[in-house]
Design a protein around this ligand. Structure first.
Ligand code: ZN
Length: 499
């Protein structure tokens, strides 16, 4: 056998092409959101659909299956490559191309209906589309007859290997821990007036965000920052990581949002370069990814050390607003706990309950007896039970998120699981690096970045999410460290109130 006949080499060559096509798809999507003139939308949709079809055909080609059979892994990386690719390949081959197209098309149609329904706060405009999405997703689930529970097939797309029963257990314990905490915090009525209400001019926000990004390790060689309506992160390659943010005049969310996207970007940027252009060269799951973004947004961005370092920069950006104030004032304001109707503006303590609510409704849709028509009422009931709030209209209730309109079911739980993992990692990190807060105060984020690169980022998809958490955090998925973290936060707030 010559080198050219080595199945592993041919497999790697073909997978590298698939990876290139996928990244080009990301580039097209980024371009559409950030720089494309609006009149290009119709053609861009065709371009993206063509590229997606070619990518799918290339990856699900019979030849890939033959090569996976014939390949003889020579190294541990090769073994992981064959195992992970085999799993992806088998999943991709199960779903008929016609169904994939229907899912994409139905999602795009429903997205438009959702925008109208939300603007008019009229659930009836979305209901038939949602019904269709649920029906199509049921057909998708049916492609995996071996799953124990229907929801397992949906969850597996975002959390490979996770069972619904595990998500139920973790999120149930999270809910039971958070409900009394949120009730107690609501009674103490925190005050975030210092960092809300504006005006915070966009130019000054941008300078502040750029200062923070430079300090945490963003350089012009590998990174970009642009403005987007709905902020996201796009990795075009390990040497081309693109963050986006949004500057609203009346709050400082751009700072926390950018730290969030930075956490996602840092994960992708630090995957072992050896894994690039293979299926192993990316973050391992949605929840692990979200653990990285939440860790930078909340554990770092709302820490005392961070604000001891950042406060002078904040003051320089908005001299009038913060004249005569100290870092402690800002630290207190950005850690306010106050229940809100809207998930995306929720604080980090109440956030988990927004997700639990969605997860429970998704489960009831796919495994229980909840009808699509009854979603608005079920939403109101749970919002009252978990957050103690009345939902005045569906725009501020069941219509607030685009996910279900896009056909995304099984995705929401990963947001809360990301917080849970971030809590576990943070407990480990602060034990390993006891002077971390002092380092932040000195503007030194390198010890944290190095810890994350070593224990989380570099592995790419070589470890399963469960293996990664067990190794990095020292045990299985567990909501307790996160609950401890938020309990300390709420206790701190009430202690300050009494004092
Ligand atoms: Zn995120």
């Amino acid at each position: 056998m010559t080198l050219a006949d080595d199945p592993l080499i041919e497999l790697r060559t073909r997978l590298a092409e698939v990876s290139d096509l996928e990244r080009l798809g990301v580039l097209l999507a980024w371009d559409q959101e950030i720089v494309m003139p609006p009149a290009g939308a119709e053609w861009r949709a065709s371009q993206r659909a063509t590229l997606e079809r070619l990518t799918h055909e290339r990856f699900t080609d019979d030849r890939i299956g033959e090569l996976l059979e014939a390949a003889v892994p020579a190294t541990p990386v090769d073994e992981d490559l064959v195992r992970v690719t085999r799993r992806d390949y088998d999943k991709a081959r199960r779903v008929p191309a016609g169904l994939v197209e229907e899912l994409v098309h139905a999602g795009a149609t429903a997205r438009e209906a959702w925008a109208r329904a939300r603007a008019e706060s009229d659930f009836a405009l979305l209901e038939p589309h949602l019904r269709r999405n649920v029906e199509l997703r049921r057909r998708y689930v049916a492609c995996f007859p071996e799953v124990e529970r229907p929801f397992d097939a949906l969850l597996d797309d975002y959390e490979p290997g996770m069972r619904t029963s595990e998500a139920e257990d973790i999120l149930g314990r999270l809910r039971d821990g958070l409900v009394p905490l949120v009730a107690a915090a609501a009674a103490s009525a925190g005050d975030d007036a210092l960092v809300t209400g504006g005006p915070f001019p966009a130019d000054a926000q941008r300078r502040l965000v750029e200062t923070v990004l430079r300090q945490v390790g963003v350089d012009d060689e590998r990174w970009r920052l642009d403005v987007a309506l709905h902020p996201f992160m796009a990795t075009i390659s390990p040497g081309d990581v693109r963050l986006t943010t949004r500057y609203a005049d009346d709050d400082l969310d751009s700072l926390f949002g950018t730290l969030h996207e930075f956490g996602h970007g840092l994960y992708e940027a630090n995957v072992d370069p050896e894994l690039a252009r293979t299926p192993l060269g990316a973050g391992v799951s949605s929840a692990v990814h979200e653990s990285q973004s939440r860790l930078w947004e909340n554990m770092v961005g709302r820490s005392a050390g961070f604000w001891r370092w950042c406060f002078p920069h904040l003051q320089a950006a908005f001299p009038e607003r913060f004249a005569g104030r100290g870092w402690q004032d800002v630290h207190r304001a950005v850690n306010t706990v106050k229940p809100t109707l809207i998930r995306v503006s929720a604080d980090e303590v109440t956030y988990g309950l927004h997700i639990v609510l969605r997860f429970e409704l998704e489960l009831a849709l796919f495994e229980g007896d909840l009808d699509v028509a009854d979603l608005p009422a079920a939403w109101r009931d749970r919002t009252r039970a978990y957050l103690g709030l009345d939902v005045p209209d569906d725009a501020d209730g069941v219509l607030q998120d685009v996910h279900w309109a896009e056909g995304l079911f099984g995705y929401f739980p990963t947001y809360a699981l990301g917080n849970v993992i971030a809590g576990q990692l943070w407990a480990r990190i602060t034990a390993d690096l006891p002077d971390l807060d002092e380092r932040f105060a000195a503007g030194d984020f390198a010890p944290l970045t190095a810890w994350l690169a070593e224990h989380v980022h570099r592995h790419g998809r070589r470890l399963t999410p469960g293996e990664l958490v067990a190794r990095a955090a020292g045990g299985p998925l567990d909501p307790e460290p996160y609950l401890e973290y938020v309990r300390a936060k709420v206790a701190g707030a009430s202690a300050r109130l009494i004092a």
